[in-house]
Write a protein that binds this ligand. Structure first.
Ligand code: KIV
Ligand code: ZN
Length: 509
């Protein structure tokens, strides 16, 4: 069976979702899970965005062995050379360079003529070929580009040495029939089309990213660019789990395969959600909490009698139920370290391991069963807290019917303790007001959400806040068995990102 190349861009396009910026350590953890999942190409970032992005790609290139590690680069010499340097230690490295080809982008954004765009695209591919043979070229906004011009650009970059040609629906404008037809035309008209891999990259603005990608596949695309949970710019990208499971479940139609170990899908989804602070909606296909839940009596009865009456996939095949009860109260430091390693988590130092182990013991006292998801949340919290400017030292909240909720807290601000208190509409509101008494950020709270990491009333609550200040948006996360404490941690995590993280360049601006 012919294979579809799964190109995951969670760490690049996914990271362009508002507030989803990740640290180097977080990106490495996700990259390791993507490798375990069997992703063919990991787009690890955009090397020219910032020194931090460059370093993250470079580290990922060093640790990932089976997947190809790719960096995005605009069609400029500096970008391409940064990308080349970032992937130089990869066992398999790719440079993905792009330039816009639609009139609206060329005239208003690039202010370049068609000739200049072709010349720059060819030059970028040539610069990239100095570093690797594995060069991908994308025509940004291909969906709104004139077909004759696309043919011209693609022929020129194939001639220059591009091995993968990516056709993006940058703005999520297409519909399946039209998108498939575009591929059919390109594959027929472009000279050298049979020498390259054709790739599709669809955004979900009209909710058709997956359908459009699959239509491209039916018309000859052999690489699909996608993200875990469909994360990505605006309404997101095509979701990896939906693409993979559609190809697998409807093999009667596609007759194609992927290298994906589908049992790693749910763990990957949970990890990305925990790290980015983007919760998965319960009715999301494949990875939503209700994706395999049968509510109505008739359905339950049918499934009990014969599972296939209402199930087209098996929950365990996509990794539901794979969350292992890993450790308990009596587990030792070595067992803890070994399990973290199996999960792809490597802490920087013995001190960090000791601190995480102490937190694990505290958690095990409060919660009888500890699952992999708990460990991911615990380590995220630990790594985040270690370097933060604002840390929670103490929190006491009084909440009682008929009384005004009141929070007393002590914050450590760059090592100096400050005590404060405040009333609020509820315990979380009082806590956030008390924090603001000290920090005075004036940030706007755009989102507050609580999810349980595992089931049961003793589960850890995972809180996400989205804060906005001066045009910048960040997500903050915190986890604890006490959701008011988790809320305080999440709010502080968001503030720390607002105060500390340098802005980075968006490749498409
Ligand atoms: O959506 C898009 O066009 C992109 C390109 C950079 C490939 O993300
Ligand atoms: Zn994109």
């Amino acid at each position: 069976m012919e294979q579809i190349i799964i190109f995951d861009t969670t760490l690049r396009d996914g990271e362009q979702s508002p507030g989803a910026a990740m640290t180097k350590e977080e990106k490495i953890r996700i990259a390791r899970q993507l490798e375990k999942l069997g992703v063919d190409v990991i787009e690890a970032g955009f090397a020219a965005a910032s020194p931090g992005d460059f370093e993250a790609i470079s580290e990922i290139a060093k640790v990932i062995k089976t997947s190809t590690v790719c960096s995005l680069a605009r069609a400029s010499e500096n970008d391409v050379r940064r990308a080349g340097e970032a992937i130089k230690h990869a066992a398999k490295g790719r440079i993905h360079t792009f330039i816009a080809t639609s009139k609206i982008h060329m005239e208003n954004k690039l202010r370049m003529s068609e000739d200049q765009v072709v010349e720059r695209a060819v030059q970028a591919v040539k610069w990239a070929r100095e570093y690797t043979e594995d060069v991908e070229f994308s025509a940004e906004d291909a969906v709104r580009s004139e077909i004759d011009f696309l043919v011209r650009v693609f022929e020129a970059v194939i001639e220059a040495g591009a091995k993968t040609i990516n056709v993006p629906d940058t703005v999520g404008y297409s519909i399946p029939e039209v998108w498939g037809e575009r591929f059919a035309i390109l594959l027929k008209r472009v000279k050298g089309a049979d020498k390259v891999v054709w790739s599709t990259h669809c955004h979900n603005d009209l909710g058709m990213a997956v359908a459009n990608s699959l239509s491209a596949v039916m018309n000859g695309a052999r690489q699909v660019e996608c993200t875990i949970n469909g994360l990505g710019e605006r309404a997101g990208n095509a979701s990896l789990e939906e693409i993979v499971m559609a190809i697998k479940t409807r093999n009667d139609i596609f007759n194609l395969s992927t290298r994906i170990d589908t049992t790693q899908i749910v763990p990957a989804s949970k990890l990305v959600s925990t790290i980015t602070g983007y919760p998965v909606q319960p009715n999301k296909a494949i990875v939503g909490a209700n994706a395999f839940a049968h509510e109505s009596g008739i359905h339950q009865d049918g499934v009990l009698k014969h599972r296939e009456t209402y199930e087209i996939m098996r929950a365990e095949d996509v990794g539901w139920g794979a969350n292992k009860l890993t450790l308990g109260k009596l587990s030792g430091r070595n067992a803890f370290r070994t399990r973290l390693k199996e999960l792809g988590i490597e802490l920087e130092s013995e001190d960090a391991l000791n601190a995480a182990f102490a937190r694990f013991k505290e958690l095990a006292d409060k919660k009888s069963e500890i699952f992999d998801e708990d460990l991911h949340a615990l380590v995220s919290d630990e790594v985040v807290q270690e370097r933060e400017l604002f840390k929670l030292s103490y929190l006491q909240v009084a909440s009682q019917t008929g009384e005004i909720p009141h929070a007393i807290l002590t914050l450590s601000v760059d090592g100096a303790e400050q005590r404060t208190e405040a009333d609020g509409g509820g315990p979380v509101d009082a806590t956030f007001k008390a924090i603001e008494n000290v920090v005075g950020s004036d940030a706007e709270l755009l989102l507050y959400s609580v999810n349980n990491i595992t089931s049961g009333t003793d589960a850890q609550g995972e809180v996400t806040v989205r804060l906005s200040k001066g045009g910048r948006i960040v997500n903050g996360q915190g986890a604890d068995t006490d959701i008011v404490v988790a809320s305080a941690k999440a709010y502080l995590n968001g503030l720390n990102k607002l105060y500390a993280k340098a802005e980075k360049l968006n490749p498409q601006v």
